[in-house]
Design a protein around this ligand. Structure first.
Ligand code: ZN
Length: 250
């Protein structure tokens, strides 16, 4: 089975469509949260994700904020402006989809290939909504907070893999090579990067394919029409800085 794994769409439907088209055949979908916030298409993205095959979807900090579970004051002024715009525009159907999303999910059994169990969260196993796994030290501490061989996270918008073995003090930080399937060996924390707002200076949409038969993780990038999204952001007067950053990847 091929599983499409992605995170941090941030209401960017054009990037999401590019990912789905590029992914080829897939039989299940893991979405690690932040479907909304920053971009112009929150309802369209939720609708599109909700129809993907065998969906497991987690809640992100922007999704929780859109539901009013996190105070807008915890965001900087531009993120707050985008949040208020999102709240004003979310439909009842979108709100009820977001309300049902869990903070943590353990996938025990995927299919007859007998793939190993996975823990899925948006931020980190220790703090599922908030914590950023940006360095080896923080990642190492988090290996104590899940029991499965593998954990998949989003939130940082940076594709990365942390590998931790019993006899090593610190987890190793690996930047995966795109379009190169990597065989999984315990224990790992895997981040597929961001669909709608990458922050590693590569503005292309990021995602991954997990192949349960071969036990491989293939991280990928795909081009999409960024200027078309920028124009739509301008049309609904989303913050200028957010419009600029999707073209530069920060
Ligand atoms: Zn995010």
């Amino acid at each position: 089975m091929r599983i499409l794994v992605f995170s941090d769409i941030h209401a960017n439907l054009t990037a999401l469509e590019a990912v789905i088209a590029d992914a080829g055949d897939f039989q299940a979908t893991w979405c690690l949260g932040d479907l909304v916030g920053y971009g112009p298409d929150p309802n369209e993205c939720i609708q599109r994700v909700s129809l993907l095959p065998k969906l497991t979807c987690l809640i992100g900090n922007h999704d929780a904020a859109a539901l009013g579970r996190i105070s807008p004051d915890t965001f900087n002024s531009e993120a707050r402006q985008a949040l208020l715009w999102t709240q004003k525009n979310l439909t009842e159907a979108s709100l009820s989809f977001l309300k049902r999303l869990p903070e943590t999910m353990i996938i025990e059994k995927i299919d007859s290939d007998g793939a190993a169990p996975f823990t899925l969260v948006h931020g980190s196993p220790r703090q599922p909504i908030w914590e950023y796994l940006l360095d080896s030290y923080t990642a190492t501490r988090n290996f104590d907070y899940f029991d499965t061989p593998y954990c998949v996270v989003g939130h940082t918008h940076i594709p990365v893999i942390y590998h931790h073995t019993e006899n090593e003090r610190l987890a190793r930080l690996l930047i995966p090579k795109s379009h190169t399937p990597l065989r999984l060996t315990p224990r790992l924390i895997l981040n597929p990067g961001s669909v709608g707002q990458p922050r590693d200076r590569d503005p292309r949409a990021a995602y991954a394919i997990y192949d349960t038969a071969f036990q491989t993780w293939e991280y990928r990038r795909v081009d999409y029409d960024i200027s078309e999204v920028q124009q739509r952001m301008e049309a609904v007067t989303l913050p200028a800085r957010h419009i600029r950053r999707i073209a530069a990847g920060w």
